[in-house]
Design a protein around this ligand. Structure first.
Ligand code: CAA
Length: 257
């Protein structure tokens, strides 16, 4: 891995992926995206991992897709390279991914954060889709995920002007989960990750799938989907353990079985 660092057991059940292309502000070249895809695939298959944190560190999350790499490409080059199939694979990760964002999360960087399941931000986080300023538009889900997260008015403004918003504005708009001081970003993200990691990994996977399904279905279809995943949790030992622990007034010990 040249452009990311991966620690599958940063803490018990919690893996950490750190983007590591600091001179280019973690610009997402194709190799970096392939590395994220491969790391997520491995972590998704690793029974010891229950939650994944994706961060760019304290200075910058990611300043977008690598402009220099695509500047001279033709439409047919872009079509053939098919870079977004990598993003489609990332989206298929079944375990929860928390983005820990500090500094710029722009263009593909903002889209990468939005591809994660939750976003923790530092006070210095700045979000934006500035592609319009370089004569193009978001291509990794920005027009779709941003609109679903913050609504049409703000999404339209960000996408059409390329302006950045602060962490405070992102919080008010519903794009992120919380804002924390820069030096506490990883600690606070770990606290959230631990809360998730101690739950049944089976129920977590099924619940994540059901929440994501809300964006792709009608209410009635979504309710049916949710119900089936709910029933499926009753096939797990974890559901028996969770309910027994409640009745016996003790903490559950979920095994992911
Ligand atoms: N691609 C390639 N290189 C980038 C980059 C990017 N997206 N963003 C920054 N860099 C490079 C700069 O070229 C510079 O390299 P050199 O030192 O070799 O010149 C280095 O990183 C540091 O950047 P700056 O000197 O520009 O730093 P700054 O603090 O003055 O400005 C910034 C920071 C506002 C983020 C500015 O770098 C910037 O505007 N970056 C581009 C943001 C952008 O347009 N992102 C969208 C990309 S397109 C996209 O993402 C498409 C999609 O939907 C998938």
């Amino acid at each position: 891995m040249d452009f990311i660092k991966v620690n599958p057991q940063y803490e018990k059940h919690i893996a950490l992926i750190e983007l590591n292309r600091p001179k280019e502000l973690n610009a997402l070249n194709r190799q970096l995206m392939l590395e994220i895809r491969d790391a997520l695939r491995e972590l998704d298959e690793d029974d010891n991992v229950r939650v994944i944190i994706l961060t760019g560190g304290q200075k910058v999350f990611a300043a977008g897709a690598d402009i220099k790499q695509m500047a001279d490409a033709t439409a047919i080059d872009m079509l053939n390279i098919d870079q977004f199939s990598t993003w489609d694979q990332i989206k298929k990760t079944r375990k929860p991914i928390i983005a820990a964002v500090s500094g710029f999360a722009l263009g593909g960087g903002c889209e990468l954060a939005m591809t994660c399941d939750m976003i923790m931000a530092s006070e210095t986080a700045r979000f934006g889709q500035p592609e319009i300023k370089i004569g193009t538009m978001p291509g990794a889900g920005g027009t779709q995920r941003l609109t679903r997260a913050v609504g049409k008015a703000m999404a339209m403004e960000l996408v059409l002007t390329g302006k950045f918003i602060s962490a405070q504005e992102a919080l008010a708009a519903g794009l992120i989960n919380r804002i924390v001081p820069v030096e506490l970003l990883l600690d606070e993200t770990l606290k959230l990750a631990r809360e998730i990691a101690k739950q049944s990994p089976i129920a977590i996977k099924l619940a994540k799938e059901a929440v994501n399904n809300a964006f792709n279905s009608t209410l009635d279809e979504g309710l049916v989907f949710e119900r089936k995943n709910f029933y499926l949790t009753f096939a797990s030992q974890d559901q028996k353990e969770g309910m027994a622990a409640f009745v016996e007034k003790r903490n559950p010990d979920f095994k992911g079985k």
